[in-house]
Design a protein around this ligand. Structure first.
Ligand SMILES: [Fe+2]
Ligand SMILES: [Fe+2]
Length: 176
């Protein structure tokens, strides 16, 4: 049997999702201070999404009668060497979160926790989208290195990261 219970592992992931949310606020603040409002808005939105992921996990633990732990807040980076560094950080973070979700999936399988496996399916799909999104944005900011206003135009034109409601998304804690 694996050493860690699924509930413990998911509580750790709640902490990771909140940390990702804070990290994206840090990136948004950096762009906001640089007067790059579209890049700032993009990361403020991503921050809300990560918070929502944490709230979905909280809802799930409540629904299956497990204990929920709310993590401490760690400070996050708000200064970067150049305009593409926050996006590089974001792509690395999304890849890392994908690995974390896969590890949770494996734990659910190993413990024959079918509810957990079903719950995680949406996150597997979500991570494919998020890694692809950050990869696209990294291409654009690297190409616009001399003039990030080009990246700003791209984000506005393509409505990057502005997706509508996903009816397949798990419910969040606090949702009406
Ligand atoms: Fe997430
Ligand atoms: Fe994410």
């Amino acid at each position: 049997m694996p050493e860690q219970s699924f509930a413990d592992a998911l509580n750790e992931q709640i902490s990771n999702e909140f940390a990702a949310s804070q990290q994206y606020v840090g990136a948004a603040v950096y762009y906001d201070a640089e007067t790059l409002p579209r890049l700032a808005a993009f990361f403020y939105r991503q921050a809300l999404e990560e918070r929502e992921h944490a709230m979905m996990m909280i809802r799930y633990l409540l629904d299956v009668g497990e204990e929920v732990r709310i993590p401490d807040i760690k400070s996050q980076q708000t200064s970067y060497g150049d305009g593409s560094a926050p996006v590089k950080m974001a792509l690395e973070q999304e890849k890392r979160v994908s690995d974390e979700i896969f590890a949770l999936f494996e734990l659910a399988r190993a413990t024959k926790d079918y509810r957990a496996e079903q719950f995680l399916t949406w996150f597997v799909k979500e991570q494919v989208e998020e890694v692809a999104l950050m990869g696209d944005l990294l291409n654009v900011v690297e190409r616009s290195k001399e003039n990030l206003l080009l990246a700003e135009d791209y984000i506005a034109r393509e409505k990057l990261g502005e997706e509508g409601d996903d009816p397949t998304a798990p419910p969040t804690a606090g949702e009406e």
